[in-house]
Design a protein around this ligand. Sequence first.
Ligand SMILES: C[S@@+](CC[C@H](N)C(=O)[O-])C[C@H]1O[C@@H](n2cnc3c(N)ncnc32)[C@H](O)[C@@H]1O
Length: 130
Amino acid sequence: MVFGTTYRGRLRHLTFTSRRGRNRRKATFQTLIAAAGIQPGQRVLDVGCGTGYFVRLISAALGPSGFAVGIDPSPAMVEYARRRAAGITTSQFQAGNAEALGFPDDYFDVVVSSLVMHHLPEDLRTRALL
Ligand SMILES: C[S@@+](CC[C@H](N)C(=O)[O-])C[C@H]1O[C@@H](n2cnc3c(N)ncnc32)[C@H](O)[C@@H]1O
């Protein structure tokens, strides 16, 4: 991930691409998986999945009998996430918004979302959390 040549850009580049940065990101998401109580065999939704990194880790935690779905309104993100998860048969990515989920109630055992809610205007945020 390259953010540019400014000092701030270089700092972010180092943060996300160094080995320590990657390990820290993985540890953070593993902590979130544990905190969400995700168990093998469950169905899990990640709202605003971005690159699909979290979904890939969740799929590993769910094992072969579980299923993880990532949704994101950005077609480019969905396409990227699909490419990165190619070969993981227990995950799926599709276009979708937090405020208008297209799944039946109780379809998922766990719903997670990371770094998304602050992107939504307040009225949509409230709807997304209902
Ligand atoms: C900062 S990224 C976080 C990506 C990922 N969850 C992570 O933690 O790495 C924010 C994501 O929220 C998505 N997003 C923006 N508006 C959204 C909405 N209304 N519903 C769901 N996702 C949304 C963006 O497309 C983007 O992929």
